[in-house]
Design a protein. Structure first.
Length: 307
């Protein structure tokens, strides 16, 4: 089932819950203007309005139904995430399996993740271009653990190709702290994708802090940062579309366009469907890899770019 994404940014509201329904009550409208949404239908609630408030009951109801609550900061980027940590009854077993995974297995998994990321980057580059062919070659050269840092080599080829072929990107330089519109759009989209991955991990009973490659004692989402890598090119594609169409500010339509990355069609294993659904197949596949049932990690492959 495809879950709904609720994005609140146009007006201040009070979020409460009644009979497992999320009640969205605008402050400046009468009570009969309140909207009622079944919590079981909600996957994400993204709050980007500083005057909003919510009751403890609303937060609890969302978490109980497996929804994720994202709070945005002054820069309109996600500042924090409230995750449903009790979404899986086998959480303790999953945690023990994560801790017990051997380094060779982690290295092989990271190799597959980097290969998938580079392959998905290639889909954003013009067909028959030298850069696309170079990315294809680099993807095949990724070693276990990516000891040659092929991911960084591919990134240089990828961004250089986009600067050369997409006019709005001509002077672009990727910077997570950048204040230009391209970096702002990418940061928002990446944060949404990261939160979606974290939700899928928790639903599978996996702990998002125990990473495959990323390791930082101050980062509670290392595993989410690992699995989001092949999804970043999908966010890039949507950000590029916005830039090509003249978007110069991260307004509500721009955010809505980026949020729709969760419903983009991907292939995971032998099934095709929305990314939001595919992420649960990814985390199930990762669990099987941790249990030594599978060696190949199923990762999302987006549809071919028609450019």
């Amino acid at each position: 089932m495809i879950k709904r994404t609720i994005e609140i940014s146009r007006q201040p509201v009070l979020l409460s819950a009644r009979l497992d329904q999320l009640i969205v009550q605008p402050y400046d409208e009468p009570k009969d203007a309140a909207r009622s949404i079944p919590c079981e239908d909600i996957g994400y609630v993204i709050v980007d309005e500083p005057r909003c408030s919510f009751t403890q009951g609303a937060a609890e109801a969302l978490l109980r139904h497996g929804a994720l609550l994202v709070i945005c900061g002054r820069d309109h980027l996600p500042a924090g995430v409230l995750l449903p940590l009790s979404a899986n009854v086998e959480q303790v077993h999953r945690l023990q399996e994560q801790i017990a995974v051997k380094k060779p297995t982690l290295k092989r998994l990271w190799q597959q993740i980097v290969r998938a990321k580079i392959a998905n980057q290639a889909l954003n580059i013009l067909k028959d271009s030298p850069a696309r062919r170079k990315l294809t070659v680099l993807g095949r050269e990724v070693k276990s653990g990516d000891t040659a840092n092929t991911e960084a080599q591919a990134a240089r080829v990828y961004w250089a190709a986009l600067r050369a072929t997409r006019k709005p990107m001509s002077n672009f330089k990727r910077n997570p702290e950048g204040t230009d519109i391209a970096n702002i759009l990418l940061n928002y989209g990446y944060a949404v994708a990261r939160a979606a991955v974290a939700r899928a991990l928790v639903s599978a009973g996996l702990h998002p802090a125990l990473g495959i490659h990323h390791h930082n004692r101050a980062n509670a989402f290392c595993l989410a940062d690992d699995l989001v890598e092949p999804i970043r090119p999908m966010v890039d594609r949507r950000a590029l579309h916005l830039l090509d169409s003249g978007t110069r500010t991260i307004d509500q339509p721009a955010k809505a366009h980026l949020l729709h990355v969760l419903s983009d069609t991907v292939t995971v294993g032998d099934q095709t469907g929305p990314l939001m659904v595919g992420l649960h197949r990814v985390t199930a596949s990762l669990t099987r890899c941790y249990q030594n049932q599978d060696a190949a990690l199923e990762l999302p492959i987006p549809l071919e770019d028609e450019r």
